[in-house]
Unconditional design. Sequence first.
Length: 142
Amino acid sequence: MVKFNKEGIELIRNKINSEELKTTGRLKKTSFTRKRKMGFTKLMKYILNKKGLTTSMEINNFYNDINEEENISNQSLLDQRLKLNPEVFLTLNKDYLKLFYQEHKEEVIALSVTFVPTVPYTFLDFFVFGISKSLPSIAFNK
């Protein structure tokens, strides 16, 4: 599991820094083209590392964590967030889960679970309905 966690974090880090995800994350062609204090990469890292504090505290903590002196206003942050396409998070999640299922294929298949007809959502023909210890409990579609 430790190996997967490192690989999963590396996957997310590499994806966030990629131009492909930046293109997916644009609502308009002109979004995230200029160099700003909080560009696409910093915005994604900020959003993924939020802890539920006030916006001002989150901004201050974020810039302290990355050891940068500059800071932005709440309004600037919210303006940048408006330019972000929410599909970018679906893409990140899909890639992360794909890596997880590739790494744990044998464990996932070996789980003894029952069919749950009330679960309407699937991932790669698996119903995902709970988490037990480090592996998700799943049922095959019938």
